[in-house]
Design a protein around this ligand. Structure first.
Ligand SMILES: Cc1ncc(COP(=O)(O)O)c(C=O)c1O
Length: 378
């Protein structure tokens, strides 16, 4: 398969073999440029160019780009500094009451569930975690935990460890049949897997920007379904939370009627501008195309690993797989394998008792071959 992006858009891709997007991806050069330019202008000119009007409008491009990414409207998108921050604000906004429950899995990334655990300490709601084995959770085990007392089902669209993918529409259907919300952490899928927020029926979906979206640290977005937008009082509030942020009166707090009520403060705004650039780039390349290309790379890797008797931990079936390839090297310490690969200029991550490979759009088949060659040398 031919490469789908120009390597010049990811200058770092020529420096090493980078199979680590599930940790931090290489950044799209247009995003890097935007972050640096914004920061430089602020450092050298203060608010001469970044005045009050510019500050009020600063998230516009990111709202529009994210709306294109998720098939939503710009008013359905809120910007924050990290996925953790947005999930936390949402968890406090929903604050499931005593007697209700929150359903998730015990292999989910901590940031997806800790905010709900924290709220549960306060409200005394129950948190039910489906038990995962070998970095995999049977979706039916999640569904079995949902009942009429369930307030929220909160899952990671793709599990960070083994790369298992959940069918969002099915989960949304079951959650809604029981009057629960489906909240999705898409940090390991947005930019790599097509997401139609509207058609899937998710109630809220959050993603960080520095993994599969190829953006910087410091910016994240949340999609909030229209029916919730005037219902939820965000857990985190500040001067930007008021419907007219420059009103600045201390004696009132009226939220905008849109998802943007979850935007509360100043932040490293250049990161939001940079993330808008990288999402525009990803959408223009086409997420469906990226998904097939990444799976092609992952297949090459899986075949090569299996020829070398390495155990593949990630799901193999089409409905649940992604391009995250978790592999167990019998008798080898995964941290040691990752360190040796790094010394040989191949970047991967050790997670639990396996090595996690995560190729993305800037990789080519030669990267996979080089990785297998380095493994042979080890
Ligand atoms: C599924 C998932 N959610 C959230 C995060 C962390 O997000 P942030 O750093 O934006 O808070 C990670 C990081 O690995 C992750 O894998």
């Amino acid at each position: 398969m031919n490469p789908i992006v120009d390597p010049r858009d990811f200058p770092a891709s020529s420096k090493c073999t980078y199979l680590n997007a599930a940790n931090v991806s290489l950044m799209y050069q247009g995003a890097e440029k935007a972050v640096i330019e914004w920061q430089k202008d602020l450092a050298e000119n203060g608010s001469i160019n970044f005045d009050e009007t510019a500050e009020a409008a600063v998230f516009g491009d990111l709202h529009r780009a994210s709306a294109r990414l998720f098939n939503a409207r710009p008013e359905d998108i809120a910007v924050g500094s990290s996925a953790t921050e947005l999930i936390s604000s949402l968890a406090w906004a929903v604050a499931p009451e005593s007697g209700t429950n929150v359903v998730s899995t015990d292999i989910v990334f901590p940031s997806t569930i800790y905010p709900w655990l924290r709220v549960a300490r306060h409200t005394n709601c129950e948190v039910r975690l489906a038990e995962g084995k070998n970095s995999y959770t049977d979706p039916d085990d999640v569904i079995r935990l949902i009942d009429d007392r369930t307030a929220v089902v909160c899952v990671s669209h793709v599990e960070y460890s083994g790369g298992q993918r959940y069918e969002l529409k099915e989960l949304a259907g079951v959650a809604h049949d029981h009057g629960a919300l489906l909240v999705v952490d898409a940090t390991q899928s947005a930019g790599a897997i097509p997401i139609d927020a509207t058609a899937s029926g998710v109630d809220a979906l959050v993603t960080g920007g520095y993994k599969w979206l190829c953006g910087p640290f410091g910016a994240a977005v949340m999609y909030l379904a229209p029916h919730l937008q005037d219902q939820l009082d965000p857990g985190l509030v500040g001067f930007r939370s008021h419907k007219d942020m420059w009103d600045l009166r201390a004696d009132r707090l009226e939220f905008p009627a849109t998802a943007q009520r979850f935007e509360c403060s100043t932040m490293a705004f250049g990161c939001a501008i940079g993330l808008a650039r990288s999402i525009e780039f990803i959408v223009d390349v086409g997420v469906e195309r990226i998904f097939s290309y990444n799976k092609y790379l992952a297949n090459l890797l899986i075949e090569g690993l299996q020829e070398r008797n390495v155990e593949i931990v990630s799901p193999h079936n089409e409905a649940e797989r992604t391009s995250i390839v978790a592999a167990r090297f019998p008798g080898k310490d995964p941290g040691e394998v990752a360190r040796k690969l790094k010394a040989a200029s191949v970047m991967v991550s050790a997670r639990k008792d396996f090595v996690r490979f995560s190729p993305h759009l800037y990789n080519q088949s030669a990267d996979i071959q080089r990785t297998l060659d380095r493994l042979d040398e080890l």
